[in-house]
Design a protein around this ligand. Structure first.
Ligand SMILES: [Zn+2]
Length: 117
């Protein structure tokens, strides 16, 4: 009985390791804001992200889902923002920082009258 917590910890540690698909430790490094903004603009151009000001979001910790902006997983130790795409009801997952940059870009375009819908 006393060994159970240790065994459980060992299992979860090795699972966390195995679920890391990218071999480079730099894969999780944060991109600079200018780079993220470029990606947001690309995603909007590709139609992967809507130009909408989102009013309903769910927050939480990530579970390894791929961020819609930077394409890296939102790991369990990071805050995840969870949005429903108003165009097709798809779920979009973001890092907190990526979400903020996307929404800033949306607000800017809507103000400028360039929503490209
Ligand atoms: Zn991201």
């Amino acid at each position: 009985m006393a060994e159970t917590p240790i065994a459980a910890a060992r299992i979860s540690a090795s699972t966390a390791c195995a679920s890391r698909t990218k071999s480079s430790p730099a894969a999780e490094a944060r991109l600079p804001e200018s780079e993220l903004r470029l990606r947001v603009q690309e995603r909007i151009k590709e139609g992967r992200l809507p130009v909408e000001v989102i009013t309903l979001i769910n927050g939480g910790f990530g579970g390894g889902q791929t961020c819609a902006v930077c394409d890296t997983p939102v790991t369990r130790d990071k805050v995840k923002y969870d949005v429903v795409d108003p165009r097709n009801a798809d779920q979009l997952i973001f890092h907190f920082a990526c979400y903020v940059i996307w929404q800033r870009e949306c607000a800017r375009r809507i103000r400028a009258g360039d929503s490209r819908r």
